[in-house]
Design a protein around this ligand. Structure first.
Ligand SMILES: Cc1cc2nc3c(=O)[nH]c(=O)nc-3n(C[C@H](O)[C@H](O)[C@H](O)COP(=O)(O)O)c2cc1C
Ligand code: SF4
Ligand code: SF4
Length: 252
């Protein structure tokens, strides 16, 4: 079974492609009943146990870390081939190393995918996005073949200063950068489709007269809300008014 977390679709797309190629199933951890999975010990009989997720500030997103920490009946009892695949715009830092300390992994990979960090960096051109997706397809074929063969691999683009980025900078990100206070909505653009509130993985969005309102705390910073609003009505401070957004659905 392949467990995935995804904000804007990159990791979901990777998880589903790999699952298809190794004849397995990809499951979104947000809609999964972990208590039931643990109680039934379904994981013990699995042939593969995989984790697929985006890199956030050179680390593993909190929902995936929590999920892996609480997944029972796997470490000691299973004979499954375990693997982790992170998707990132560029560098994964020490994210996979940290994950494999919590959960022993036979293989770990990173795949460069389009950058979705619309609130803090320039999004890539359509040409770059399409090239990244094309290269990723080749890498997915290779990874899937290696997993099927049970070949152990560590192919992760770590990048520079990984210890500092995945250590101190990641801590600062989780402590201070996951606030919802900079999100706001352009009410004249909002069509009250409610998809932002319905699809927020951390349930951090409520609706007030048909418009989103962000609760304090508990935001994963997945950027699904701002990137996927059909009217581009969601903004983050002043940085995002240019209107560029990213979601893989536009490209695949
Ligand atoms: C909060 C946040 C932090 C990110 N940090 C990194 C990073 O440290 N390194 C990197 O290469 N990409 C980083 N990215 C880019 C994403 O990892 C990348 O676009 C990923 O494929 C998105 O996956 P998803 O569509 O499954 O959410 C970051 C994105 C977000 C939203
Ligand atoms: S997704 Fe966009 S249009 Fe839909 S309710 Fe949210 S802000 Fe409004
Ligand atoms: S509020 Fe937006 S960025 Fe935060 S978890 Fe929900 S969808 Fe993701």
């Amino acid at each position: 079974m392949i467990f995935y977390f995804s904000g804007t679709g990159n990791s979901e797309w990777v998880a589903k492609k790999v699952a298809d190629k190794i004849d397995d199933k990809a499951v979104d951890i947000i809609s999964l009943d972990l208590a039931e999975l643990n109680a039934e010990q379904k994981i013990v009989a699995e042939k593969y146990i995989g984790f697929v997720f985006p890199v956030y500030a050179w680390g593993v997103p909190e929902p995936m870390l929590d999920f892996v920490k609480n997944l029972k009946g796997a470490n000691e009892q299973t004979t499954a081939f375990t693997f982790g695949i992170c998707t990132c715009g560029e560098d994964a830092g020490a994210a996979m190393k940290k994950l494999s300390k919590i959960y022993p992994l036979c293989s770990a990979y990173s795949i460069a995918m389009p950058n979705n960090y619309v609130i803090g960096s320039e999004l890539e051109s359509d040409e770059v996005v399409l090239n990244k997706i094309k290269s990723a397809e080749g890498e997915i074929d290779k990874i899937s073949a290696e997993i099927s063969e049970g070949k152990k691999q560590y192919r992760v683009h770590v990048g520079s200063l990984a210890a500092v980025k995945s250590g101190m900078i990641n801590k600062v990100f989780n402590r201070f950068a996951r606030s919802t206070s900079s999100f706001w909505v352009e009410k004249d653009k909002c069509i009250s489709c409610i998809s932002c509130a319905k699809n927020c993985p951390s349930k951090a969005i409520e609706l007030e007269n048909g418009n989103p309102v962000w609760k304090k705390g508990n935001c994963y910073q997945c950027l699904r809300c701002i990137n996927s609003c059909p009217s581009k009505a969601i903004q983050y401070g002043k940085k995002t008014v240019c209107g560029k957004r990213y979601n893989i659905a536009k490209y695949v």
